[in-house]
Structures are given as structure tokens and as C-alpha cells.
Design a protein. Structure first.
Lengths: 419, 316, 432
């Protein structure tokens, strides 16, 4: 009996931890991501960019709605979808009504689902979810939600941009697909096949590989297969160590192919690429923007960011755009109520820091902007910024306008508050 | 096809040798002390990071000697002051200790060197292509690793079979109490073996670091496979570990090259392919994707049907 | 009277008061579980308590293997995860249909799944105990986890399978949409499962499992098959692990392969061991503590995982009985009503412990910031600003830590002497 009482009071005491009271003035943006464990560095990178963007709003523009500041609050989800749900609950409890995330489509799906259910069950206390990097197409198709907004071009759009470039490049004849074995990798592989057969039926797909994500230490066997297949180009949506190791193994085996990637600009990849000693202009990157594009605002931002963040580059320009557009939405709706914000964002048009005209599509809440294909070359000429002090940077090879990337969507939003 | 086969063999042997570098230490520790060192892969990681740090200051060749010694020394110290305290409480407690140790080492490494991969490069002296096979070059560094692993194997073999120390260790493999009663300082032997095992893991790390990206997750990637090798090869048997490492290295490498699936095989005899659901998954998965699964299958099967492993002297 | 009749007469004298006293712990626990949401009503508290309930069932099931039968399993999360996956598929299959299992009975799906896989995998795992068993469970766990990308229809790949608990038919009007209702569901199941598992320890099979742990050879000599005992306990344990998985599926409405991973198995091992394997209440304490730390410590510091690992190692080396063991150490004191006399000694112990912890935490904090290439950053520690690159700050932290250790050691021997004395001194005899 005494034990029960003792334990009960201990539990109660532990819970009587004071909850931080929400400062009524600040508008909280909860950023849920992995800050410990294997994927921690991507969380760190995005945090820096979020902070940078938020500080610009708070300092240079005096905040939003006449002086209210944006506040970034971090929540660690240890790269687990279940922890994410817990973190989202904590964030909402602490007064945040804006949740943002980007690393991991699996996490994104969990947040989108949770937010949708939460808003359904708690009308009047809705929250909104801003996704800056999770690019599984399903989030704006079958699993779309009125409360989810995606700033990064999803993998189908990126492939649309890429295959549009490949269409006009007659040097490419044999393509090898290699991707990580999860939803995004599988989506990429299927869509790549469909789009290539559609646009260049003469291109042969000589290989189609799925490997476990984050588990392969030595890609030499895969490189051997690529070589044996006679491919001249490889399309891969690999990120993190999976991309770094793949390219490293290719360098060691002197495999000379074109690398069409989505994440060669990601944290750690330029270093690995440089270390693998590829030929200049062989590694390509499909992205919505980088400093070497030359826009004045973009260059200024890049310089400022590198100065205050130890030389790191802006890998997620869409993060900066996201924060700016959020501020615009808040100011134009004169409120921080997610219902109005969602309304404002779903129709918003915006000029990116690279000078491109971009916009949200109301049907699926996907952001469309001009896409670029860039290749990794040594510094010189228009290539003014290098990546990760490697001496090499991104050079524009092709620009694909947003209008060419407007893929159809199967989204039927069922959670519109008006319904 | 031939090109693929040759390359797969080379790569398989190389991967197997890397596993052997690690597994040799682990099987020695397991055999002599009965403790399965969960933190073995963490010592490997520590070796890689220390190798990186020292090579920044004094070059790769100094690191090659210094880092394994440091890691081995650390291992011996942990055995003396940590593991020994837990030893009397049985193997379960020791397992748990090394389990916690693995977490602590990984976290400390992240704290000191950060969570990003570090730029650990192949030394300039070895950064060339050793030979060319049917159009694909083979880096000299990998050949170096191969030779090093072979050298270690021979060294271990000679120490264990021809030296007095080896004799004591081999005796302690099967009859630890008897060895102690004969007057040998068994705790000291334990400390030496643990330190040497960790040192070997550290050496594997120094050499593998430039080859595979040096990052905090490198321990978890290689960890589970190590246990497969040790159990498969059998307790108390360094040759067994050698054969097991090579087998698993080759199997995994070759599995990657095979793109056939069950559905392909069955279609050959006219069986249709299901279009939906779980059965479709099973039918269409190529052998290449199943590759990572194979070591664990081997582990389970070995433990069920032949617990002594390939060449083990005694059961687990 | 014959001896049987005498025994009969004696036992029938158990009064209501005695029954209440025997079950007092359970009654009190039920009362606490019911009233907790009234005291702690925020969304986070409810979610955390629900998670604790799930983990309590999971850890208790794990302790059936570890603490009772002496089986160290590294793959227990397989049954938890598979139970959860079968549950989400069942919920998705049943959603919206009239003839469906109501939500409160859904955890049976998980339990049966766990039992099924427990039988299949247990038949091969339990032939041997010890390290061999640990290795097989590790292998099976990794096997199932590696098989998950191959079966995306079932496992859902990286994003898992999601479900909606409100689509099942209403149970007496309850749709379980809110976290409060879900909490009560989990709390009810947790209570029932804990009671069942406690009862299990009192059954012959439960007793034999402890015998198998202590001396398998002797058990065999007494005619019991150690392997069969282990197998049966394994099956029962997997059943409850499956129930825990079901509850998790209901709570999160999402199931991912992370639930079958080695990491999940490691977490339950951590929880059970830190809580204490030698007492029934150990895993309960461990689950509560670890869930709490996982949820809240990560908000305070980045290095929480390091603290976790250190805590685990400390428990392994210094307190193998875990938290429960430490608490139960005081049982003789409680029995002699002398607990209050050791409290002043513990209170004095708090000072060196606090110093040591402050020093250590300061060191870790400064080390982290320093190595993050930011030696100009300052650490705000207890209201004092310490410059991370300042050797004085480092010196102070080191000093604090060693002072704490040294003082603690000095005082510890005194405390242990008093402890032994209080524990074993004969009680004052009345009338002498």
C-alpha cells in the first residue's frame, strides 16, 4: 500500500514539471525533425536556414502583424514516426499552431495524417503543416490534406524537369536507375520509367535497382553491375550517405557516367563527390535554385548565410521562401489563425529569390516554380560559389519553366472546413 | 557477365576480409572470455575516427600504428575497470554492459566529431589504381586492405599456434578454470585478449575509414553482420571466422548481382504472377533486394541446426 | 478434529478485511489510474501517460523472459511490432463495416498475433538459453526487420500503415476520437494485463520458469523439460507483447517498421533492466521513467542519449537490481518502521550528488558546444553564464565533479554502515 502511494506520488511529482507558458505575443513555429541519431545533421542544416529566414523577418521587417515576432521551437522526433506524433502533441500544447518539417517522407505522412485528424476532432483549434522537403508525390495526391502545404517540388516534378532535359540530350542512350528502397525511391523508379518511355522511347533502361536505405557500406557490387550493363547515365534519388558512398565507389572503379541526382547538393555529398574525383560536369543536380544562378537577392542571401553559418551553403532555398510566404499570408489575412492562413497560401503567387515566378496550386497545395538542372564543375566564370570548400560549385545547364512541370493530381481534399 | 563475376569475387573477398578484421577480434574475445562484445563495432568506429584525427596531425602511416594501439589500450582499460566488475555476475550482465558501452561510445564520438561524416581520405601514397579488370579499375587502397587483413590472419594464426601466449589462450578457450588453476593469471590474459580484440577492431576502422565514409552510423551498419560471422564461424576458431567472413562477404556481394526474382523463376515454368497484395511482393522481389537478409537467415539456421558453427570447439 | 478439518476451519476465517489488505495495492492502482487525467489533463500529459501504459505492458511481458526465466532476448520488438501491424490492417479492414470488432476488444488481435509468432519463432529459439538464445532472437529480429522492405504491402515501407480508430463502430457511444478516451482504454488494458501477468507469476508454470532460471539442470532432474517451460513462457510473453503493440497501433494510429527494429528491442531491454528485473514492479517503474526521460529530456539537452547510455551502464555495474531493487533494499527498514531514520543521511548525500551532477553536466554541455566549433558560445548554466572556451569554467566544472565524487565517497561509507545497522538491529523488545 505504501509502495503504491510512494510510486504514485513520485509519478505525480515528475509530472508537476512546470510547463513553459506560451508567450502570447510570439507566433510559434514548431519544427519537428531528427536532432539526434543517424539523420541528425539534416535537422541541423534545416534549423540554421529556418533561423536565418525567421531572423530576417523579425529583424529586418520588424516581425509580422505590427511587431509580433516569429519564434522557432524545436522538437526532436529521433526519426521515428511515432515520436513525431508525440512531438506534434507537445508542440500544440505549447501553443504552436504552425508545424513545419521536411526530412523524411515517412515522417511527413505521419504529421499530415495527425494534423488532419486533429483538426477534424478539434474544430476551432486547427493547426497547419508546412512541408519544405518531403517529396513523396503521394502527399499531394492520394494522401493530400487541406492543411498540408509542400514547398519542395515532389519527385515526379523533379523527374519531369529531368526527363525534359534528357529529351533534348541525344548523348544519353542507356540509363540505369538506382534508388533507395522506400516509398520515395520506389515512386522515382516507376515514374522515371514511365516518363522516359514517354519522351524518349529510344532510351534503354539497362538496370533498375532498389537497395536498402542507409544500410549499404560498400557500393562496389552495384557499381560493377552498372558497368556491366553498359549504361552511360545513372538516375538516382539517393541522399545522405547512400549518395556519397555510391559516387565514391564509382570514382574508385573509374566508372565514367552521367549522374542525375536529386540530392547531390545535400549535406556532405559535395565533399564525397569531390573526394571521388569525377570528371567535371558529370554530376547533375535537379533543384529549384542555388546561388550561382546569379540573382542579386540570392547572391546577397548566400553571402550573408555563409558568413553567419561557418561557410555552409543554402541547401534548402525553399525554406526561406516558405517563411517569407508565411509572413505574407499572416500579414494579408491579419491573423495567425491557420484556417485563414491556409486560405491565403493556397492561392498565393510569389517571386522567388532567384527572380522566378512561383505559385501554389489550390487543388493539391503544391508549390510550383522553375526548376534547374545544374552540374558540378570547378570554380570559374559564372560559378562563383563553391560547395563545402571543395573548390567546385554548381553550373546551370538547363532551366525548365514551372509551366512545363504542372503534372496532374489525384488529390481530392476532403477536409476543407467549408464542407 | 564474366566482368561482373570477377569484380563480384574481388569485392566479395574484400568485404569478407574487412569483416574478418573485425570478426577475428570479436571471436577471440567471445571464445576466451565468453562475453559477446556488443561494443566491438563501436571500437571499430572509434578506430576510424582516431585514425582520421591522427592522420590530420601526423599522417596516415602514423595513424595506422597509433590508433589501434590507442583503441586497444582503451579496450584493456575498460576491461580492467568496467567489465571485470561485471564478470562475476555472469554472461548476461557482461552482454548488457557492452550493450550500454556501445551506446556511450557512439554518443561520445558524435559529441566530439559531430554528426556529419568526416573527410577521411585515402593517403596520397596509395591513391592510385592498382590494376584494371575488363574496363573497371581497382584501387590500390583496397589491395592494401586485402593484404593487411591477410597479414593479420597469418599473424594471429602463428601467435595462436606457435607461441606460448597462444597456447595459454587456446587452453583458456576450452578450459578457463583449469588454466587458472595451473597458475596462469587468467584476468591478465582476459585483459590482453580484450585489448587485442579491440585493437584489431580499431585497425579495421583505421583502414576502412577512408574506404567507407567515416560517420557515426558506421557502427550500426556493420554491427549485426559481425555477430553472424562469429556464430557462423564457430566459437574459438579463427580459421572458422576467416571462412565465415569470406563466405558472407561473397554471398552478399553476389546476391546483389542477381536480379532474378521468384516470379521470374516460376514464370519460366508457366506459373502466373499475382497482381496484388503480399503475394505480389514476394513474387517480384529480386534476389538483389533479399541480399541483406541472407546473413541473418544463416545466423538463425546455424543456431538451430549446428550451434557450434562451422569449426567451433564448443557450443555457445 | 482431524488435521484436514482444522486447516479447513483456519482458512475459512479469512475475513473481508484481509482480502482488502491483500488486494489493496491493486485497488489503489486502479484508483490512481482512473483519477490521473483529472490532475494532469494537458494533451501532452495524456499522450505520455498512454505511452507509459503501452510500455508498461511491453516491459512486463519482456520481464517474463528476462527476470523470470532468465532469457535475454534482443528481438522482443518483433512480437510487439507484428501485433501492431496486424492490428492496423484489421482496423483498416473493419473500418466502416457493421460487423466489426469494437475498438476496446481490438488488442486481442495483437495478442493472438503475438502468440502465433511466438509459437513459430519460439519453437526454434527456446531450445537453448543463455547467449545462444540471445543470438537467435537477435537474428530473428534482424531477419524480420530486413524482410520489411520486401513486403511493402504489409509493412508500408518507410511510412508505415496508418489507420483511424474512429471508423470502428461506436462502443456504448464512444468513438475514441479524443486522447482522453484512448487513455482510459489503454489504462484499462494495462491494468488487466498487469494483473494477469502478476497472476502468471503465481501459477505453477510461472514458478517453474523461475526454477528454470535458477537451476535448469535441477529442474530437468525433477522431471520438467526446461525447453518446454521456456517455450510456454515465451508464448505467453509474446501474447502480451502483441497486446502492447495493438495498444500502440490504437494510440498512434500509425505503425512503422521502427516498431520491429533492433532499436525498439533495445529500448524495452533498457526500460526493463533499469527498472529492475528482480521485482514485478521493476519494469513498471522502468517504463515510466524511460518514457518520461525520452519525452522530456530530449527537450532539455541534445546529449540526452549519452545520459541514457551512462545511466544504463551505471545500473549494470552498480545497481543490477535496478530502481526496484534499490527501493526494495529499504524493505527491511520499512518493516521495522525505521525508514525515517535514514532520511537525514540521504539528505546530506544530496549535496555531493548535486555537485557531482552539476559539474558533469556542465562539462558535457561545454564540451558539446566547444566541439560544435563555436568556442565563443556561452552556456547558460543555472543562471550563470560560462564561456565555453574559458579554462576557468572548465576548471570549475571539473572541480565540482571531483568534489562531488570525493565528498560522496566519504559520506557513503557512513551511510552504508547506518543502513546495515538499521536493517539488522534487533527491534526493541517490549517489556525488557
Amino acid at each position: 500500500m505504501r509502495q503504491a502511494v510512494a510510486i504514485g506520488s513520485m509519478v505525480w511529482a515528475l509530472f508537476a514539471w512546470p510547463m513553459p507558458s506560451a508567450s502570447a505575443q510570439n507566433i510559434k513555429i514548431a519544427y519537428i525533425d531528427s536532432f539526434s541519431g543517424m539523420m541528425a545533421d539534416v535537422g541541423d542544416v534545416a534549423t540554421r536556414q529556418l533561423r536565418f529566414a525567421i531572423e530576417r523577418i523579425n529583424n529586418q521587417k520588424g516581425g509580422v502583424l505590427n511587431g509580433r515576432k516569429l519564434e522557432l521551437v524545436l522538437y526532436d522526433n529521433k526519426f521515428s514516426a511515432q515520436e513525431t506524433v508525440l512531438a506534434a502533441q507537445k508542440a500544440i500544447d505549447a501553443g504552436a499552431r504552425i508545424i513545419t518539417q521536411g526530412n523524411g517522407s515517412s515522417i511527413a505522412a505521419a504529421i499530415s495524417d495527425f494534423v488532419t485528424k486533429y483538426n477534424e476532432r478539434h474544430p476551432g483549434r486547427e493547426v497547419i503543416y508546412l512541408n519544405f522537403a518531403a517529396i513523396d508525390p503521394i502527399l499531394t495526391n492520394e494522401k493530400c490534406s487541406y492543411w498540408h502545404f509542400r514547398w519542395d517540388a515532389h519527385s515526379d516534378i523533379k523527374l519531369q524537369a529531368l526527363t525534359n532535359y534528357i529529351k533534348s540530350n541525344q548523348d544519353i542512350k542507356n540509363v540505369y536507375l538506382i534508388n533507395q528502397d522506400y516509398s520515395m525511391g520506389q515512386a522515382v523508379r516507376k515514374t522515371a520509367r514511365d516518363m522516359l518511355s514517354d519522351k524518349r522511347s529510344d532510351i534503354k533502361i539497362v538496370g533498375d535497382e532498389l537497395h536498402p536505405i542507409g544500410r549499404i557500406s560498400d557500393f562496389a557490387p552495384y557499381i560493377a553491375k552498372i558497368k556491366a550493363s553498359g549504361a552511360d547515365s545513372v538516375i538516382t534519388a539517393n541522399w545522405g550517405s547512400d549518395l556519397a558512398l555510391l559516387i565514391k565507389a564509382a570514382g574508385e572503379a573509374s566508372l565514367h557516367v552521367n549522374w542525375f541526382t536529386f540530392y547531390a547538393g545535400g549535406n556532405g555529398s559535395p565533399t564525397a563527390i569531390k573526394q571521388a574525383n569525377p570528371e567535371p560536369g558529370r554530376v547533375f543536380y535537379v533543384v529549384d535554385g542555388y546561388a550561382n544562378l546569379g540573382g542579386k537577392e540570392a547572391v546577397l542571401l548566400e553571402e550573408e548565410f555563409r558568413r553567419t553559418n561557418g561557410g555552409k551553403s543554402i541547401i534548402y532555398p525553399q525554406v526561406i521562401e516558405m517563411v517569407e510566404m508565411l509572413a505574407i499570408a499572416i500579414n494579408s489575412s491579419k491573423t495567425d489563425d491557420p484556417k485563414q492562413l491556409a486560405n491565403a497560401l493556397s492561392k498565393m503567387k510569389y517571386t522567388t529569390i532567384y527572380g522566378d515566378e512561383a505559385f501554389f496550386r489550390a487543388a493539391d497545395h503544391q508549390f510550383f516554380q522553375d526548376m534547374y538542372v545544374a552540374s558540378f564543375v570547378p570554380l570559374g566564370g559564372e560559378v562563383k560559389f563553391d560547395e563545402e570548400s571543395s573548390g567546385w560549385g554548381w553550373k546551370t545547364i538547363a532551366k525548365i519553366p514551372a509551366s512545363d512541370t504542372l503534372l496532374p493530381t489525384t488529390c481530392k481534399m476532403q477536409n476543407h472546413p467549408g464542407q | 557477365m564474366l566482368q561482373l563475376a570477377i569484380l563480384s569475387t574481388l569485392n566479395g573477398i574484400l568485404y569478407g576480409m574487412l569483416l574478418f578484421l573485425l570478426a577475428s577480434g570479436l571471436t577471440l574475445i567471445f571464445s576466451v572470455m565468453g562475453v559477446l562484445n556488443f561494443a566491438h563495432a563501436s571500437f571499430y568506429m572509434l578506430g576510424a575516427y582516431l585514425g582520421f584525427q591522427i592522420s590530420q596531425l601526423a599522417g596516415f602511416w602514423v595513424a595506422l600504428v597509433a590508433a589501434p594501439l590507442l583503441v586497444g589500450g582503451l579496450g584493456a582499460a575498460i576491461e580492467r575497470w568496467g567489465l571485470r566488475a561485471v564478470h562475476k555476475r555472469g554472461h548476461g550482465a557482461e552482454l548488457l554492459f557492452t550493450f550500454g558501452l556501445a551506446i556511450v561510445i557512439e554518443e561520445l564520438v558524435q559529441m566530439v566529431w559531430g554528426k556529419l561524416p568526416v573527410d577521411y581520405r585515402v593517403p596520397a601514397a596509395l591513391n592510385f589504381h592498382a590494376f584494371e579488370v575488363l574496363g573497371i579499375t581497382y584501387p590500390a587502397f583496397r589491395v592494401f586492405m586485402l593484404l593487411m587483413a591477410l597479414g593479420i590472419f597469418l599473424l594471429l594464426f602463428f601467435v595462436l599456434t606457435r607461441s606460448r601466449l597462444g597456447l595459454i589462450i587456446r587452453a583458456a578457450l576450452t578450459h578457463p578454470e583449469m588454466v587458472s588453476m595451473l597458475g596462469h593469471d587468467v584476468p591478465k590474459v582476459f585483459m590482453l585478449v580484450f585489448g587485442a580484440g579491440c585493437g584489431l577492431a580499431g585497425l579495421a576502422g583505421v583502414v576502412a575509414g577512408p574506404l567507407l565514409v567515416t560517420q557515426p552510423s558506421m557502427a550500426n551498419t556493420l554491427g549485426p553482420i559481425l555477430f553472424v560471422v562469429v556464430v557462423f564461424g564457430g566459437l574459438g576458431s579463427v580459421p572458422g571466422a576467416f571462412i565465415a567472413s569470406l563466405t558472407i562477404g561473397l554471398v552478399q556481394t553476389f546476391a546483389v548481382s542477381i536480379d532474378y526474382s521468384l516470379g521470374d523463376a516460376l514464370a519460366g515454368i508457366g506459373v502466373g504472377r499475382p497482381t496484388d497484395g503480399v503475394l505480389r511482393d514476394i513474387y517480384s522481389v529480386p534476389v538483389a533486394q533479399v541480399g541483406p537478409l541472407i546473413p541473418y537467415l544463416i545466423l538463425v539456421l546455424v543456431l538451430i541446426f549446428r550451434p557450434t558453427g562451422l569449426m567451433g570447439a564448443r557450443e555457445t | 478434529m482431524s488435521s484436514e478439518a482444522r486447516t479447513e476451519a483456519l482458512t475459512s476465517q479469512v475475513s473481508t478485511a484481509d482480502t482488502v489488505k491483500r488486494y489493496s495495492v491493486w485497488i489503489a492502482t486502479a484508483a490512481i489510474l482512473t483519477s490521473l487525467p483529472a490532475i494532469l489533463s494537458s494533451g501532452t500529459a495524456l499522450t505520455t501517460m498512454s505511452l507509459m501504459g503501452i510500455m508498461i505492458v511491453f516491459s512486463l511481458s519482456y520481464n517474463m523472459l528476462l527476470g523470470q526465466t532468465g532469457l535475454l532476448s534482443f528481438g522482443h520488438a518483433v512480437y510487439y511490432g507484428l501485433g501492431g501491424f496486424f492490428t492496423v490492417h484489421a482496423m483498416n479492414g473493419f473500418g466502416g463495416k457493421a460487423l466489426a470488432i469494437p475498438l476496446p476488444l481490438i488488442p486481442f488481435v495483437g495478442g493472438v498475433t503475438g502468440l502465433m509468432f511466438g509459437i513459430i519463432f519460439g519453437s526454434v529459439s527456446t531450445r537453448r538459453a543463455g547467449t545462444s538464445f540471445a543470438m537467435i532472437t537477435l537474428g530473428l529480429g534482424e531477419l524480420v526487420a530486413s524482410a520489411s522492405p520486401i513486403l511493402p504491402t504489409f509493412f508500408g515501407g518507410e511510412e508505415g500503415i496508418s489507420t483511424n480508430r474512429t471508423t470502428l463502430p461506436a462502443f456504448f457511444g464512444l468513438r475514441f476520437g479524443s486522447q482522453l478516451e484512448t487513455y482510459y482504454l489503454i489504462a484499462a488494458w494495462c491494468f488487466v494485463c498487469a494483473a494477469l501477468m502478476f497472476a502468471f507469476t503465481r501459477t505453477p508454470l510461472g514458478r517453474m520458469s523461475m526454477a528454470v532460471r535458477i537451476n535448469p539442470e535441477r529442474t530437468e532432474f525433477n522431471g520438467y523439460s526446461a525447453a518446454m517451460v521456456r517455450f510456454f513462457v515465451f508464448c505467453v510473453s509474446s501474447f502480451f507483447a502483441g497486446v502492447a503493440g495493438s495498444l500502440a497501433a490504437v494510440n498512434f494510429e500509425l505503425m512503422t517498421v521502427a516498431s520491429i527494429s533492433a532499436r525498439q528491442s533495445g529500448t524495452v531491454l533498457l526500460m526493463t533492466f533499469v527498472g529492475g528485473v528482480e521485482h514485478f514492479i521493476g519494469p513498471i517503474l522502468g517504463a515510466i521513467l524511460v518514457v518520461f526521460l525520452q519525452s522530456f529530456l530530449s527537450d532539455l539537452t541534445d546529449a540526452w542519449m549519452l545520459y541514457f547510455g551512462l545511466l544504463f551502464v551505471a545500473v549494470v555495474v552498480f545497481a543490477p537490481g535496478g530502481l526496484a531493487g534499490l527501493i526494495m533494499l529499504h524493505a527491511p527498514l520499512v518493516r521495522r518502521s525505521r525508514l525515517h531514520r535514514i532520511i537525514p543521511y540521504y539528505a546530506v548525500m544530496l549535496l555531493p550528488i548535486a555537485l557531482g551532477l552539476v559539474g558533469a553536466a556542465g562539462l558535457v554541455g561545454m564540451a558539446r558546444i566547444l566541439w560544435a566549433n563555436n568556442s565563443n558560445a556561452t552556456v547558460h548554466f543555472l543562471g550563470v553564464e560560462c564561456h565555453a572556451g574559458n579554462p576557468l569554467a572548465w576548471g570549475a566544472a571539473v572541480l565540482l565533479m571531483f568534489a562531488g565524487l570525493w565528498l560522496g565517497r566519504l559520506w557513503a561509507s557512513r551511510v552504508s554502515k547506518v543502513f546495515v545497522l538499521l536493517g539488522h538491529e534487533p527491534p526493541k523488545q517490549v517489556g525488557r
